[in-house]
Design a protein around this ligand. Sequence first.
Ligand SMILES: CCCCC/C=C/C(=O)SCCNC(=O)CCNC(=O)[C@H](O)C(C)(C)COP(=O)(O)OP(=O)(O)OC[C@H]1O[C@@H](n2cnc3c(N)ncnc32)[C@H](O)[C@@H]1OP(=O)(O)O
Length: 317
Amino acid sequence: MARPNLKSLLRLSQFAVNLNLNKTTQLTNLSKSLITQNRNFSTSKIIRQDTSNNNAPATKINFYVEEYKDKGYMVLKFNKAPVNSLNLEFLTELNIQLDKIEQSKDIKGVILTSHLPNIFSAGLDILEMYQIKQERGTQFWTALQETWIKLYGSNKIFIAAINGHSPAGGCLLAMSCDYRIMTKGPYKIGLNETLLGIKAPFWFRDTMINTIGYRETEKALQLGKLYSPEEALAVNLVDEIVDANVLIQKAEEQMVKWCSIPTVARELTKSSMRRDTVSKLIAQRESDTQSFIEFTQRDSIQKSLKGYLEAMKKPKK
Ligand SMILES: CCCCC/C=C/C(=O)SCCNC(=O)CCNC(=O)[C@H](O)C(C)(C)COP(=O)(O)OP(=O)(O)OC[C@H]1O[C@@H](n2cnc3c(N)ncnc32)[C@H](O)[C@@H]1OP(=O)(O)O
């Protein structure tokens, strides 16, 4: 196959970002991503697209996927500008990606990262909670539960390459991975829910306890602590901190190491460590969703969320 030059690849990826996707097949299309078969471009990019309706409104591509089937892993990059906030559509698409990964015989592991600079994920989209409606809220929370169950409960290897801020739900995604590498810099990671006037759900808490231990979690959750990369390393919230230019390389080195462990033994071990935590949510999914709706509908919570949103909109100094 002919080697495409860099210019044509850039044009190709811009084209992919601007793809028009058919509204009626939007959900299916959510899983359609830019597939790069080799990051060194020694083979051409494959772009999957649905061309059944060229008059459809533009839909952004929320994920980029680079597959290295020969090496047994892939890189999944969040691409929901401006901050990779987790809304219903994004989570639905992520769940489709996670299903595909789970079903793939060729893929042993995934490096999760962000295509956007300085941000891994800003966590849950606050607009999904502000002025919440029962039906959409239920779908949203169910999708989030689904994401966590699929990610935290997966037997595949997940390595988070955290290239920027990762508060709240962003931290949950990172903690659900098996290994975390964070870029050095002015970034923050942690479960800051109390600062928004809300309580972190029990499964966020349990994931953090499993990651950094009970005492540190108790302090972190009450204070809504957002850790710098150095602080996060000191409490084992991340496993490594590195310069931005070597983040993916370091993640790949770890991936190779994790992939070299006998698969069945590693999977059984992982499952034995995480099964109880995941089962706890599975047993309480409906009541957890109900609590989320009731809690977020409270006037006091709505007031807090409104204030938080307004503070975020204030012009930056
Ligand atoms: C029972 C209920 C339990 C629920 C558990 C909740 C879990 C959560 O995840 S709650 C969400 C917590 N997230 C945060 O507190 C993060 C808030 N965002 C930030 O702190 C910053 O945006 C940043 C550090 C992540 C990035 O900073 P910066 O690069 O300076 O970007 P801006 O602040 O200018 O933001 C750009 C743009 O994005 C909007 N935005 C940011 N975060 C969110 C969000 N989580 N949801 C929705 N929208 C968000 C922000 O308002 C800006 O919008 P525009 O002004 O319209 O550009």
